[in-house]
Write a new protein. Structure first.
Length: 455
């Protein structure tokens, strides 16, 4: 009877390691395609910003849009809607990925998680210290969080160009590192890039978060209530002064990660229903024409969606939208740096630009490699199977592709100031250099014969 099950049913009962492996492959495929979409959006933004259309481009993103209810009015520019609303949606999906990785992914096993977590810590600390060393004592020191980030889409996209030259263990290491990096970025944004806290709105947000947690504890399986209350939570966090992207992460952490119906029980029940469908003999009639057959079919369909946890359903459904809609829109609205009519050499040699550039190009690989080396030598972690040290250095260099997250933090650190242009120039240049150098290092590095055993 198993041979008669649909591919969807067989997928539901595949062993967890197999599903995780296939899910990881799908994730990489989406990230690679997403990197191409980001490149296109970035090129378009740069062309528009340095063409006669610049004025129209700039005015468009500063159009005010909002909501009027009686005497109450709420309005933001289009670029702020992208950064405050769409990026909160992006962080919601990031939060789902983080929760999955912590529960069943690369961050769920202590030994496997130690190396990427420590590498991420080093990859955040060293760039921040480099930036502060060049900007200490000035107002620009507020931008120390800019070179701490890694853009996973671009980093994985570069690795994909190398094909089999990159061992699977290195790809997993870089993805886990980027997830840990995202956790660090979320903490930094929450603690250091929020201002003017309103405790009244914060209280409202706390109540709404408690409601979401109650949904989770009561086993609410439908995603509708979470998204509805989550929308209110987003607005409360936005009004509280804490950056609204944090709301996305908070909502994600309340989404249930356990399926309502066990897949094996579903298969057993489905076999019985399929048998009842086949037992209803309706000579000369189309299959499923009988009402009893239709009832069994509806029961199978209704229960099938509950064999996946709400977290899985939302992540799989929303990830393409963040990859191909949200992030390209973010690039279109934030990557439009104007080079025409300015002194590029002077802009790129300011303490802000140097801090960002050196933090990403030098600080990232040094921090990632150094912390990894210490962790392995102290025997608290192992190198991934088949990965040699030169390859890990190459992955560290790719960690210097800050792009999306770096641009986002720059928009928070230097909102409304001319300094943001210097930071954006450095981010674009550093991401390009890190991508090219990282590609070359990995291209000419030989794989290791190690099998993941302790060094």
């Amino acid at each position: 009877m198993t041979g008669g099950l649909s591919s969807e049913l067989r997928d539901a009962v595949r062993p967890l390691p197999v599903r995780l492996r296939d899910g990881f492959a799908d994730f990489l495929h989406t990230e690679v395609a997403g990197a191409l979409a980001l490149i296109v959006a970035t090129v378009v933004a740069l062309v528009l910003a340095n063409s006669p259309l610049y004025s129209a481009y700039d005015k468009f993103w500063h159009i005010q849009a909002g909501i009027d209810i009686g005497t109450w009015h709420f309005s933001e520019s289009l670029v702020h809607w992208v950064n405050d609303l769409l990026m909160a949606f992006f962080f919601f999906v990031v939060g789902l990925e983080i929760k999955r990785e912590v529960l069943v992914g690369e961050l769920s096993e202590k030994r496997k998680a130690v190396l990427p977590i420590l590498a991420a810590v080093g990859g955040m600390a060293v760039p921040a210290l480099i930036f502060l060393a060049l900007n200490a004592g000035g107002a620009s020191s507020h931008g120390w969080g800019i070179p701490m980030a890694t853009d996973i889409a671009f980093a994985i996209g570069v690795m994909a160009l190398l094909g089999d030259r990159v061992p699977p263990g290195l790809k997993v290491f870089l993805v886990a590192l980027a997830i840990a990096d995202d956790i660090g970025a979320i903490v930094v944004i929450a603690l250091f890039y929020s201002s003017g806290i309103s405790f009244a709105w914060l209280g409202v947000a706390a109540v709404l978060f408690a409601v979401l947690m109650l949904f989770n504890r009561r086993g609410v399986d439908s995603t509708g209530p979470y998204l509805a209350v989550g929308g209110l939570l987003w607005f409360a966090v936005l009004m509280s002064g804490i950056h609204s992207t944090i709301a996305g992460v908070l909502i994600a952490f309340t989404i249930p990660a356990v399926a309502k119906i066990d897949p094996l029980k579903f298969v057993a029940d489905t076999r019985g229903r399929l048998a009842r469908i086949e037992a209803v003999d309706v000579p000369g009639s189309h299959v499923l024409e009988d009402d009893r057959q239709q009832l069994c079919a509806r029961e199978i369909r209704r229960e099938a969606r509950h064999t996946a946890a709400p977290l899985q359903r939302l992540e799989f459904a929303l990830h393409p939208y963040t990859t191909f809609v949200v992030l390209p829109l973010f690039a279109l609205s934030n990557a439009g740096v104007r080079f025409v009519g300015g002194d590029f050499a002077a802009a790129i040699s300011t303490p802000i630009a140097l801090g960002v550039f050196l933090g990403l190009v030098i600080g990232k690989p040094v921090g990632i490699t150094l912390m990894s080396f210490v962790a392995v030598k102290l025997r608290v972690a192992d190198l991934p199977a088949g990965v040699a040290w030169p390859q890990l250095v190459g992955a560290g260099i790719l960690g210097g592709i800050g792009f999306t997250m770096s641009l986002f933090v720059a928009s928070l650190a230097f909102r409304g100031t001319e300094q943001i242009t210097e930071a954006k120039m450095a981010i674009l240049l550093a991401s390009l250099v890190a991508g090219v150098v990282g590609f070359l290092v990995l291209r000419f590095s030989r794989p290791s014969a190690n099998t993941g055993e302790r060094d």
